[in-house]
Design a protein around this ligand. Sequence first.
Ligand SMILES: Cc1cc2nc3c(=O)[nH]c(=O)nc-3n(C[C@H](O)[C@H](O)[C@H](O)COP(=O)(O)OP(=O)(O)OC[C@H]3O[C@@H](n4cnc5c(N)ncnc54)[C@H](O)[C@@H]3O)c2cc1C
Length: 376
Amino acid sequence: MGTKQSFDAIIIGCGIAGASLAYFLAERGMTDILILEREEQPGYHATGRAAGVLVELDFVPSILDLKILGGKFLRNPPDGFSEHPLLRQSGILIMFKGQLWDSVRQMVPGLKQTGVVVEELSGEEAMSVIPVVCSKNFDGAFLLSEDGHIDANELLWSYIRNARRRGARLHLKDEVHKIELEQGRVSGVRTIAGEYRSPLVINASGAWAGNIRKLIGQTPVQLTPYRRTIITFAAPEGMETRDWPLAADLSHDLYFSPESSGMLASPMDEDPMEPCDARPDEIVVAQTVERLKQLTPSLAPKSIINKWAGLRTFAPDQAMVVGEDPVVKGFFWLSGQGGSGIETSAAVGQIASDLIVDGHTEIMDARQISPMRFWA
Ligand SMILES: Cc1cc2nc3c(=O)[nH]c(=O)nc-3n(C[C@H](O)[C@H](O)[C@H](O)COP(=O)(O)OP(=O)(O)OC[C@H]3O[C@@H](n4cnc5c(N)ncnc54)[C@H](O)[C@@H]3O)c2cc1C
């Protein structure tokens, strides 16, 4: 057995969730932290495969609050936090049809009250923003002009760099396979490299979060990973797409956006599966192309440059799962980030660090995201 060491906190997983918590804990003075990551590099799974946008709209109230809070950090990070800007306010255009449009419009006053910059657009107005969309496919649209593309890699590495500067340690290729308990509470973990002791173990293992909790017993928290696919392709010749916002058609399940090699698109697929190194399904890739042909014919790709898939992991009510386990003391959930773990990471990392250091947070009503709701 390798080295045996003690830490104030051990974080399982170095995706955006684990990295952001390490950063905020270190900022709060808890610097004796070990992050354990199974892969050769941080962010290999969901974090490295995200579209990486900030969209301050959501039907789950707690997620919307976290996006708005996370957006504040992305627009205005602390001095010296990152080497490059974290957010390009390239805008988000979201199109809706029928009843969905009628109901979503009712959210506008509430959004505006919280400071979200949102504009209602008619079909023609939306076409003036992105000429390839077809106004017969939707009844209206929202333009979120202060939202847009996040530099997810810069954000991830800035969390890691700043946390390490304060003393946090990161072990790569070090997979946790056992969680040790003493008198019913957490006392450490075992990995292929050795045994590490800590009274606090944080479950930031993304799609594996449900399985990690099963290492210490049955759990009522059902976390399901759902695969989502992205393809990239060249922008049509002669069409200047670089400054377009991301455009999402929520009534026909398609989004597309400019990206470094041209365009990317997703059919917003949600196929449940076991945690794994997700790969794109050829049928889903073909469906993406088909949907582009139908909805934005002039954008339909002749060939695909790249394709990938990642897992978005949700609790049944789609709210996140953040807080100490009600049964196993010292086991802390930082899971269920679903499709918004990047944009919300600063808010969630801050809330989790408050809960760990102070036992409560002033930022939001943390009961909405507490694991306790599954035991109640
Ligand atoms: C296609 C796609 C598009 C998306 N678009 C957006 C978007 O636009 N905006 C947004 O905010 N979010 C988006 N998301 C969601 C976002 O990617 C996730 O919410 C977020 O990355 C989850 O972060 P995480 O740290 O919880 O998980 P992960 O990044 O998966 O990290 C978990 C880590 O835990 C490690 N791990 C697991 N088990 C162990 C173990 N036993 N021992 C050690 N390490 C372990 C894994 O190797 C992994 O690196 C998207 C996701 C996908 C797939």
